[in-house]
Every structure is written in C-alpha cells, then in structure tokens.
Design a protein around this ligand. Structure first.
Ligand SMILES: [Zn+2]
Length: 402
C-alpha cells in the first residue's frame, strides 16, 4: 500500500474512534478501550507481539507492543510512545470525530494531539520491521511502541507501561536506549522542557462574630502576608540569572484561593493552591523548602500547613548520543529550517517523555508533525508533515537499532 494513503487512512480511523479522557473534564469521556483495541489489532496484524500491561484502572487500557530484534553486542532498542486520549469534544466546532481530509489536512479532535503523530509512528515501526529478507525483523535492537491512556490528565498509562518495563527486565532483548514522543512539535526536536509541582498552603485563624476582634483571627489577612512573600519568590525566580540556556527561568504562580463565609464573620481558615514550573535539577523539595521558608519568616501566631501535591519532573536528555542520531536523520527529511532538522528546542508544555527519562533513564525526545488547534475549537494535522515525520522515524529505527 502507498505509505501516504496508509497513513491517512490510519489517522482517520484513529480520529473517528472517540477516546476523550474520562477523568479530565466535566463531561463523561469515552475512555481509551475502543481505540486501544483498534491499535493492538493493527499492530498484531503486522507481526508485533502485544504485551499484557496491567492498567491501574481496569478500563484505562494502554497498548505495549514489540518486535524483537536479533540481539547481539551493542544492540540498541528504541521505543515510541504516543497517547490515545484526547480532551473533550464539547467545545469542538462541528463534528470532532469526522476525520475529514481537506486540502492536505485531517480534521478532528485529537488529530494533532496526537493521533496523527501516533499513526506516523505506527506506520514507521511496521515498515521498518517488515524489511527483513524473509519478511521479518532484521534489526538487532527491539522496536517497541506504546499507545497509552490518560496523558491529558495524570499520565496513568505511561506509569503503567513504565511499571511493566521495570518489572519485566528479563523479557526484553536489548536495552531501550532511546525514546520518541510524537507530540505535535511542528517538526521541532524538543529535548528538554520544564516540570511542575503543585502545593496547597493552609492557615487556621479563628472564626468569630465580626464585632469580637479580641476573639477572631482573620485567616484571610494572614494569608495576605504569606502571598506577599510568595510574590517576592515569583519575582525572584523570573529575575534569577541562573536560568537554563534553552528553557529560560523557572516560574511560580497562585492558582486558587478559598476562605471565609460572609462579611460579618472572622474567617476561620484560608487556603491557596500554588504551582511551580521547575528546571532540570529542581523538584518537589525545592518548592517545599521555598514555601516553608516563607512561612518561617512570617510574624504569625497561626497554624500553617504546607501540603505538597502532584509533581512531574522536567525533561532533560543527558546522553546526547541518541539526540545526535535524531538530529542527523531529521536533517535529511526536514531540512535545516527553523523548526526542522537540527535545531533543538525547549518545549513549553509538559509531556510523558519526562517520566521515561527520569524513571527509566531513557534518553527521550519529543518530535512530531505540524498541526494546529490543540484543545481548541477546530483541530487538524498536516498530512505532508506526518509523511515526513513518519520517514524520519523509519530511518531513525534503521539507523539506531540496526
Ligand atoms: Zn498530547
């Protein structure tokens, strides 16, 4: 089959199966089961072994498939990882499941983020692995592909796959030495991005009638003095000269604030949620120390609580060997333009790549096709770009895992 039409048909099929994330938005989502079944059938038909990844939530299926290589000294395996879930259809203008092809673009929710990139990876792995003399795998390294649930919410799918890979080291042949995440980077190679940490800070004052100033302790005003210190922290991060050469500065902001019942009562408690965007080398403890430092400097007689929440690491590729191969192969198909070929960018959004890099030490790079309208009213992926990217992946597999 013409590789281009195979890629178009596959992308359209993926877009037409709703896989809205069921835990992310207020509207009940379709979940990933149907699209995961489609992906595993497609890969099984092309000679891939489907591994039984146990999902933390039974109905949040992820697919992990492999074509084993011949092995041998120095064999290097490669992994592709794309997410199956999308954001909701409710704010999509028109039919978010159409998969329509118009003027070189495929439209629909998830077309760019990221069924187009996933399709490009599926076609690439199947073509790279079917080039053996007897129609089988002639690569030395193994070729892995994961299609995971829940990236848009809490990355449960990638964590399930990582748990599987860490607990089945003997089942693999050669070690996985590089991973590609086909998110829609507009053909840019993203080898680093910031991480994030959430926290909640709570202060207990004392509720009392508004006239009883000797009894009441105003927790909202107390929080005000904390926020004053927090604002200084935020300003300090943005003017810190130790910024990262690619990513720039770390940052922090307040997300929500809650406190008080009515004007006539001293508010008994007040809480804020805060977010810190972290640079490589920073993590949960960094933010916790900063917040506890602010509290320690307050002139206060209240009870304070700093509770750390969801934490996701930054992405950083330390082993540059894989990145170099990605750059060389990309140059051949994408040219050396601003967004193609050699340039290495810092991504603005967080991706699952950071989990594979930090939990498994796999050099992880985000590289995918051009597309627009991510999480917006109309979304599309560019077909020519998907073709180029799929060729990059295919060449990359042959170069890296041969
Ligand atoms: Zn995405």
């Amino acid at each position: 089959m013409d590789p281009s039409s195979e890629l178009i048909e596959l992308t359209q099929s993926l877009v037409r199966i709703s896989s809205t994330n069921p835990t992310l938005s207020l509207n009940a989502g379709a979940g990933e089961v149907a699209v995961a079944r489609f992906v595993s059938d497609w890969l099984r038909d092309r000679g891939f072994e489907i591994l039984q990844v146990e999902a933390t939530e039974a109905d949040r299926l992820s697919v992990l498939a492999v074509r084993w290589g011949k092995g041998g000294d120095g064999a290097r395996s490669i992994l592709f990882n794309g997410h199956l879930d999308t954001v909701s259809l409710s704010n999509y203008q028109g039919d978010g499941l159409s998969g329509d092809l118009k003027q070189g673009r495929i439209y629909g929710r998830g077309s760019a983020d990221m069924k187009g990139g996933l399709a490009a990876a599926m076609v690439a792995v199947s073509r790279a692995c079917s080039s053996g003399e007897v129609g089988g795998q002639d690569l030395r390294g193994d070729v892995w592909i994961a299609a995971v649930s829940d990236e848009e919410d809490s990355s449960q799918g990638s964590m399930d796959v990582i748990r599987y890979l860490l607990s089945h080291p003997a089942s693999g042949g050669a070690e996985i030495k590089g991973a590609i995440f086909p998110e829609p980077t507009q053909e840019a190679i993203v080898s680093t991005h910031r991480g994030f940490v959430w926290a909640k800070v709570k202060v207990e004052g004392k509720s009392a009638h508004g006239s009883m100033h000797s009894l009441g302790i105003d927790s909202i005003a107390e929080m005000g003095s904390f926020l004053h210190g927090f604002r200084d922290l935020c300003k300090g991060l943005l003017s810190d000269e130790r910024s990262n050469p690619v990513l720039g500065n770390a940052s922090a902001h307040a997300g929500t604030i809650q406190g008080g019942e009515e004007p006539s009562t001293y508010p008994g408690s007040c809480q804020v949620t805060l977010e810190r965007r972290t640079l490589p080398g920073e993590g949960r403890e960094t933010f916790q120390d900063e917040l506890e430092g602010i509290v320690a400097r307050l002139d206060t007689r209240c009870q304070w609580e700093v509770e750390m929440g969801t934490t996701r690491p930054p992405l950083e590729v330390k082993d540059l060997g894989f990145l170099r191969v990605v750059q060389e192969v990309s140059k051949l198909h994408l040219g050396e333009g601003v967004l193609g070929g050699q340039a290495v960018f810092g991504g603005s959004f967080w991706t699952d790549a950071a989990l594979f890099s930090s939990e498994m030490g796999i050099p992880s790079v985000v590289l995918g096709p051009s597309g627009f309208g991510i999480h917006e009213e109309v979304e599309w992926v560019d077909v020519e770009s998907m073709n180029r990217i799929s060729m990059v992946y295919e060449d990359l597999i042959r170069n890296f895992s041969s």
